[in-house]
Ligand binder design. Structure first.
Ligand code: GRG
Length: 306
């Protein structure tokens, strides 16, 4: 395991602990929903968005003259990062449904609609989305009402019609259209995948009460990271190892979904992913201190095998 993989693993365990403690559990009439929420989120996925959020906060903290994040601040960051991961998981559960990607395997195990059934998968996605906003609105978890409301606004904007859901609509509508331009593919990725990723840096800045040129730099970094991440995801979809990525390859080809590889070809797609990752790194290197983890994350994004 590389250094960055070990750090991601450690971060995943922290988020899993929060999810385990805070997701609903019990034996009531709605117990299947609770089980499905836990099945789909805990011990699954790389939790890159949570890592990005927490690491952005550490970077902003140290570059604004502070030593270490306080325990209270760290707990707030973990709560918001866990909410973001719940939202990300909701999007994957819905994306995997028969009427969208119709995927059978996700994160190395049966997708939620296969393990349970399609209506439970739809409701699990809905429940994770609402639970995420319950966490963000909880005054026992995030103290400052202004922070809670700003997070709520930025996050809902990133994942709604102007962001992730809008991107998914375009993606579904443009399936089977083989003549999509690079610009259109980039637009779809920016909305479908990129907006939640770049929102993580903005959320960290809100939680740290930083609103200056640094916020702009870090958000641009996250935008580049999201783009590099999506291109490498498209490369993994064609050239990845099914065991490593935990889902079947060639899904986009099967669903006739145009992507960076189908538009650019393998060589140019790799070149673009590397270029964008380098651009992300050069943005991080504008900061004087504490850049190591976000530089490693940008490198990992294009070198990963899952
Ligand atoms: C259904 C509302 C709705 C939105 C779906 C994100 C998304 C929008 C669809 C996912 C399609 C997809 C597989 C895009 C590629 C990039 C991506 C989001 C990959 C999965 O993210 P990872 O690698 O997953 O961070 P893990 O499992 O590690 O959390």
């Amino acid at each position: 395991m590389t250094h960055i993989e070990a750090k991601l693993k450690k971060n995943s365990l922290i988020i899993d602990e929060f999810l385990d403690l805070n997701l609903p559990s019990g034996n009531g009439l709605n117990k299947k929903l609770f089980r499905a929420m836990r099945y789909s989120t805990i011990s699954g996925g790389k939790k890159i968005r949570a890592f990005l959020l927490v690491e952005t906060a550490k970077l902003l903290n140290i570059n604004n003259g502070n030593k270490k994040l306080t325990k209270t601040k760290l707990q707030e960051l973990i709560a918001v990062a866990s909410a973001v991961e719940a939202i990300h998981t909701y999007s994957l559960i819905h994306d995997d449904l028969p009427d969208m990607d119709n995927a059978l395997i996700r994160r190395g195990k049966p997708t939620t609609h296969i393990k349970f059934n399609p209506y439970t998968a739809i409701l699990t996605g809905d429940a994770l989305l609402s639970w995420a906003f319950q966490i963000i609105g909880d005054k026992n978890l995030i103290k400052d009402p202004k922070v809670r409301s700003e997070i709520c606004y930025i996050l809902s904007k990133a994942i709604g019609p102007y962001g992730m859901v809008g991107g998914q609509q375009a993606d579904m509508d443009l399936n089977n259209k083989s003549n999509l331009s690079l610009k259109q593919i980039e637009w779809i990725q920016n909305h479908k995948t990129g907006s939640l990723i770049s929102c993580c840096s903005q959320l960290a800045a809100i939680l740290l009460d930083v609103n200056n040129i640094q916020t702009e730099i870090i958000t641009n970094y996250a935008r580049k990271l999201g783009l590099a991440f999506q291109i490498s995801d498209d490369l993994l979809d064609v050239y990845g190892d099914e065991i490593m990525i935990g889902k079947p390859i060639n899904q986009d080809f099967k669903n006739e979904t145009p992507n960076f590889v189908s538009v650019l070809g393998k060589k140019k797609a790799i070149k673009k992913a590397l270029e964008v990752s380098e651009e992300a790194i050069s943005l991080i290197l504008k900061f004087n201190r504490g850049t190591e983890n976000l530089v490693s994350l940008a490198k990992y994004t294009v070198n990963r095998n899952n």
